[in-house]
Write a protein that binds this ligand. Structure first.
Ligand SMILES: [Zn+2]
Ligand SMILES: [Zn+2]
Length: 138
C-alpha cells in the first residue's frame, strides 16, 4: 500500500468515515490527476452517481483530504498538502489548463520573510501565476 493510501485510510478512520468503493475510487482518481474542476471530475467518474460524487467531494473537503484552489473565476480540486509536497500553480486564462510547478526555496523564503515582517506567523499559502500557456500563445 502506498504511504498516501495509508494516510487516506487513517484520516478517514479518525473522522469515523467508512471507506466505500466510491470514496476509494475518488481518492485514487485525484491521486493520479492534476487539479481538476468539479464538473470534469464528475464526468470522469462515469460509473458513479453524480450526487454521490458531489457528497464525497464535500466530505473530503471538510476533513482536509482535498483542497479547493481558486483559479481566476473557477475553482479546481486537488488532494491537500497532506498528500503531496507543497507546490504552486500556473493557469492559462484561455484554455484553463493548470500546471503545478516545483517549490522554489527562494520564493518560499521570501514569503516567510514578508509574513514575519507584517507580524504574521505564516502557516500556509497559495500562489498562482495566470497567463497564456504555450499552445494558446500561437
Ligand atoms: Zn492555454
Ligand atoms: Zn509556496
Amino acid at each position: 500500500m502506498s504511504p498516501e493510501l495509508t494516510r487516506f485510510k487513517s484520516v478517514m478512520r479518525q473522522n469515523n468515515c467508512f471507506i466505500t468503493k466510491q470514496r476509494l475510487a475518488l481518492f485514487k482518481y485525484l491521486q493520479a490527476s492534476p487539479a481538476i474542476s468539479i464538473n470534469a471530475l464528475i464526468n470522469d467518474l462515469p460509473n458513479q452517481d453524480q450526487a454521490t460524487v458531489y457528497r464525497n467531494i464535500k466530505l473530503f473537503e471538510r476533513i482536509g483530504i482535498i483542497s479547493r484552489l481558486q483559479l481566476g473565476w473557477n475553482s479546481k480540486l486537488e488532494l491537500s498538502n497532506t498528500f503531496h509536497d507543497h507546490h504552486h500553480h500556473m493557469s492559462c486564462v484561455k484554455c484553463g489548463k493548470v500546471v503545478a510547478w516545483e517549490e522554489d526555496p527562494t520564493i518560499e523564503l521570501r514569503i516567510q520573510t514578508v509574513a514575519l515582517k507584517l507580524g504574521f506567523i505564516p502557516q500556509d499559502h497559495q500562489l498562482e501565476i495566470r497567463g497564456l500557456c504555450q499552445s494558446c500563445q500561437k
